[in-house]
Ligand binder design. Structure first.
Ligand code: FE
Ligand code: FE
Length: 316
C-alpha cells in the first residue's frame, strides 16, 4: 500500500516504461522536489528492501555458482556502473539548470540514479557476493564492457555538457541516447527475471518507474527549449547524430549477447521452475532465444527513441 497521489509513481498503477514514455506528459514544475518527496521517497520507495518490494524473493538457485548467477552478475554489474556514471554526470545538469524547478528535478534524478546503482549492487549481495568483494566482482564481470561501452559514452556526454548550450544538450544526450536506449533493456530485464529471480525483476521495476519520469520530463525540457529557440534545432540534431554514430561503433551487441547467452544456459538448468511461464504474452520463456530477446530490446529502444524525438519536435 502506498499513498501516492501520482499514479505514475505507484507500483500497482504505473504503466510499463515503454508505454509511459510514449504516453505520459510531465514537466519539471510538476515533478519538483515536493512531488518527489511525497510520491517517490514516501511513495514508490516506501518499504523497499535492497531496492525491491519486501515480498520479492531471491530463490536459492540464484545463489548457486553457474551460468544463471553469472548472467545476473554480468547484467547487474553493468547496470550498476551505468547508473553510477549517470548520477555523476547529472551533477552537471544540476549545475547548469536555468531555473529552480529544473534544478530541483535533476537533483531528484541524481538521487534516483544513485539509488538505482545501489539497488543493483544490493541485489548482487543478495545472491551471495561478499560485501568486501563487491567492487572486485563488478570489475571482473563488467570491466571490459565498461571500457568498451560505458566509458566512451560517458566521455561523449561530458564533452557535450562542456560544449555549446550545455544544459539542453546534456538533457538531450541523457534522454535520447542514454535513457532512451537503456530503459528498454531494463524493461526486457524485468520480463526475463520475473519468475527466475523475482527480487531482480522487482529492482528493475522500481528503476523503471523512475525511468518513466526521467524520459518524459527530459523530453518536455528539450521540447520547450526548441519551441523557445528554434535555432537550437541544428545543434541538437548534430549532437544526436554524433551520439548515434558513436553508439553504432560501440560493442553493445556483444554485451547483450554475452548476457543473454549466459541467461539461456542458466534457464535450461531450472526448466522445472520455469515451466510454461511466458516472457511476454504468447511466448514461453524457455522457448525464447538470446537473439530474439536482444532484437526485442533493440526494437523497443528504437521505438522509444523515435517516439521521444517526435515528441520533442526533432523527428526526421
Ligand atoms: Fe536509472
Ligand atoms: Fe534514469
Amino acid at each position: 500500500m502506498t499513498t501516492n497521489t501520482a499514479p505514475e509513481t505507484d507500483w500497482d498503477l504505473a504503466p510499463g516504461v515503454l508505454e509511459g514514455a510514449r504516453e505520459l506528459r510531465l514537466g519539471p514544475e510538476q515533478c519538483d522536489l515536493d512531488y518527489w518527496i511525497a510520491n517517490v521517497a514516501q511513495g514508490t520507495l516506501r518499504g523497499l528492501v535492497n531496492g525491491h518490494r519486501p515480498d520479492a524473493v531471491t530463490p536459492g538457485h540464484m545463489r548457486e555458482p553457474g551460468p544463471l548467477r553469472d548472467a545476473l552478475l554480468t547484467e547487474f554489474s553493468f547496470r550498476s556502473v551505468a547508473e553510477d556514471k549517470a548520477a555523476r554526470a547529472i551533477t552537471s545538469l544540476v549545475q547548469t539548470a536555468p531555473d529552480v524547478k529544473s534544478m530541483e528535478f535533476f537533483a531528484t534524478q541524481l538521487i534516483d540514479e544513485a539509488r538505482h546503482a545501489q539497488a543493483f549492487r544490493a541485489h548482487m549481495l543478495e545472491v551471495g557476493v561478499p560485501a568486501a568483494e563487491l567492487d572486485d566482482v563488478v570489475e571482473e564481470y563488467t570491466g571490459e564492457h565498461r571500457r568498451g561501452v560505458l566509458d566512451p559514452l560517458e566521455e561523449f556526454g561530458l564533452e557535450v555538457m562542456n560544449g555549446p548550450h550545455p544544459f539542453v544538450s546534456g538533457v538531450a544526450v541523457l534522454t535520447i541516447l542514454v535513457e532512451g536506449i537503456l530503459a528498454p533493456t531494463g524493461e526486457l530485464s524485468e520480463h526475463k527475471w520475473r519468475i527466475v529471480d523475482p527480487a531482480a525483476a522487482s529492482v528493475e521495476r522500481g528503476a523503471g518507474i523512475d525511468e518513466i519520469r526521467h524520459l518524459t520530463v527530459g523530453s518536455e525540457i528539450v521540447k520547450r527549449h526548441l519551441e523557445r529557440d528554434p535555432s537550437l534545432g541544428e545543434h541538437l540534431a548534430d549532437v544526436v547524430r554524433r551520439g548515434n554514430e558513436l553508439w553504432a561503433t560501440l560493442p553493445v551487441l556483444a554485451v547483450l549477447k554475452h548476457r543473454e547467452e549466459l541467461f539461456q544456459e542458466g534457464i535450461r538448468g531450472i526448466a522445472d521452475v520455469i515451466g510454461d511461464h511466458e516472457i511476454w504474452p504468447g511466448r514461453r520463456l524457455l522457448d525464447s532465444t538470446p537473439d530474439e530477446r536482444m532484437a526485442t530490446a533493440l526494437e523497443w529502444a528504437a521505438q522509444t527513441q523515435a517516439a521521444r524525438l517526435a515528441y520533442m519536435g526533432m523527428a526526421g
